[in-house]
Design a protein around this ligand. Structure first.
Ligand code: FMN
Ligand code: SF4
Length: 497
């Protein structure tokens, strides 16, 4: 599956801008201490959640996961959000899980590694996620012979009232694509051509109908485990293609009070937040990641998002982190045997924009929406901090985001992956040594194939060095090389003036 790129495909190169001296960095907005509720941050830098595909098959924190976060912490961002971690105790491959107490010791290792590598400076939160079932796109013959449930609808469409299941299946298999599309229901046709995917509107399924009853408790229990593991807070994943964002989505037409109007769509996310807050108290940071815009034709707008964010702020969230897009609704059709991936269509592009872009380019695409949402929160009398991310890679951009009041905290996801030492280097007045992300989305393609995520700028460097951990393919190092002889970031390096 290739990732979508906007026309007219203008190439945009990441620019270093002017790097500050150590003294300028020390006086900058970006490196001033900041409080987000109970979260005491050493600066206003934030590494948003990124799944590295390194957990064990049972969802435990492996040594490679722990090393991954240790490496980020060595660069000393003010905060790191650990990857999306499943709140339910269901198998989900090598993705972290927090749906049972047995996961707590491994997660506590991550926290210890982050504290040790940053001398206690970097705050560490964990992103809590729930997702619905999605299946791989089936092979046509197999789907029609085994997976499709034959119903009266098919018999009626085929004018074969008395035919047994086997003959109905045989007749379906003999149809051409267009004729088959007319006989199947839209959902059946989607299951065949895209792969089956549950939606929050599938209230005929008891476990989907009951999500408003089950999810508040599941998120609250997960948050209690996160606190027990030593995290500084949790980020509720209300963004992208997953369950909670689907409740907020303009496409949520549930008629049980948890869909339809803006208030209805907001109801479960607010109930989840309140259950979490009740469970962990005020001294543990609780915020969410949500979409500034869904970026799909029938999706919610910035105005909707401003309304949601304002209600989250009023309810007492400690921060609101803004992403955009990343939906299944416009995802590319997967190959047979593969599952749809929500970052392959136009909304996916908005979530992780790459260097071939439109006239706006990939840098700071969420800044305008973030500014509007933050202004709405402030107009409602709330001081809740807003985190923005999307293509931010140089100091001048980050400083401008803060100076213009577009956000309170600046997210660097792929830039931190390209160079986890960005924060130390810039603070030390050695920004010229930063390895700038090129926004190629090589890392994203690895994520899509569920392979260990690495960056092409460093994953082949010094492969033969002793102690270099390699990915399962043996061809890539798993962690960015150490920054040789980094100076003390507070007193500054040789360039300090
Ligand atoms: C490999 C990879 C994994 C990601 N995993 C998550 C995730 O678990 N949760 C999440 O909210 N966003 C995830 N994202 C999105 C990033 O947090 C971020 O919003 C996006 O990359 C845009 O920011 P950037 O331009 O600074 O990279 C992921 C991004 C990448 C590249
Ligand atoms: S592979 Fe590296 S350079 Fe390319 S987008 Fe990812 S982090 Fe940036």
């Amino acid at each position: 599956m290739t990732l979508w790129r906007p026309a007219p495909r203008i190439r945009h190169d990441a620019a270093p801008g002017r790097w500050p001296t150590a003294a300028e960095a020390a006086a900058s907005r970006l490196f001033q201490p900041f409080a987000a509720g109970p979260l005491r941050l050493a600066g206003r830098t934030w590494v948003p959640a990124m799944v590295p595909w390194r957990a064990t098959a049972e969802g435990f924190a492996s040594a490679n996961v722990i090393d991954w976060y240790r490496r980020f912490a060595a660069g000393r961002p003010a905060a790191i959000v650990v990857e999306a971690t499943g709140v339910r105790d269901v198998p989900s491959g090598p993705l972290l899980r927090i749906g049972d107490d047995r996961f707590v010791p491994g997660l506590a290792e991550i926290v210890r590694a982050v504290r040790a590598a940053s001398d206690g400076e970097t705050r560490v939160l964990i992103q809590l996620i729930d997702f619905l079932a999605i299946r791989r796109r089936p092979e046509r013959a197999r789907y029609l012979a085994h997976h499709l449930e034959i119903t009266a609808h098919h018999r009626e469409r085929l004018n074969a009232a008395d035919a047994d299941d086997a003959s109905v299946r045989a007749r379906l298999a003999a149809l051409d694509e267009e004729a088959l599309r007319l006989v199947l229901t839209p959902r059946e046709h989607e299951a065949l051509t895209f792969g089956y995917r549950e939606r929050v509107t599938d209230v005929h399924l008891p476990h989907v109908r009951d999500l408003p009853q089950t999810l508040p408790g599941a998120f609250a229990d997960a948050a209690v485990r996160a606190r027990a593991a030593g995290f500084d807070g949790v980020e509720l994943h209300f963004a992208h293609a997953y369950t909670m964002a689907s409740f907020l989505s303009a496409t949520n037409t549930r008629a049980d009070g948890y869909g339809g109007s803006r208030a209805g769509r907001l109801r479960l996310p607010l109930e989840v937040y309140r259950a979490v807050r009740r469970a962990v108290g005020a001294q543990f940071a609780v915020g969410c990641r949500m979409l500034a815009e869904e970026c799909i034709a029938s999706g919610h707008s910035v105005d909707d998002a401003a309304g949601f964010a304002t209600e989250f702020a009023r309810a007492g969230m400690d921060f609101i982190s803004l992403s955009r897009g990343g939906k299944f609704d416009d995802a590319a059709v997967p190959k047979v045997g593969e599952a749809a991936y929500p970052y392959t269509g136009p909304s996916g592009y908005e979530c992780m924009p790459s260097y071939y872009s439109d006239a706006h380019g990939p840098f700071g695409r969420n800044r305008g929406a973030s500014a509007r949402i933050r202004a709405a929160i402030r107009a409602a009398g709330c001081a809740t901090p807003v985190v923005v991310a999307g293509g931010i890679h140089n100091f001048e951009q980050a400083e401008q985001v803060l100076a213009r009041g577009e956000a309170d905290l600046v997210g660097f996801a792929r830039q931190a992956l390209a160079d986890p030492d960005w924060f130390r280097k810039v603070r030390a007045g050695r920004g010229a040594e930063v390895r700038l992300c090129r926004y190629t989305n090589y890392c994203e393609a690895l994520d899509q194939r569920h392979r260990e995520v690495t960056c092409e700028l460093w994953d082949r460097l010094e492969l033969a060095s002793a102690g270099t951990q390699r990915a399962a393919d043996g061809k890539r190092r798993l962690l960015a090389p150490e920054w040789p002889d980094p100076p003390d970031p507070i007193s500054g390096g040789p360039d300090a003036r």
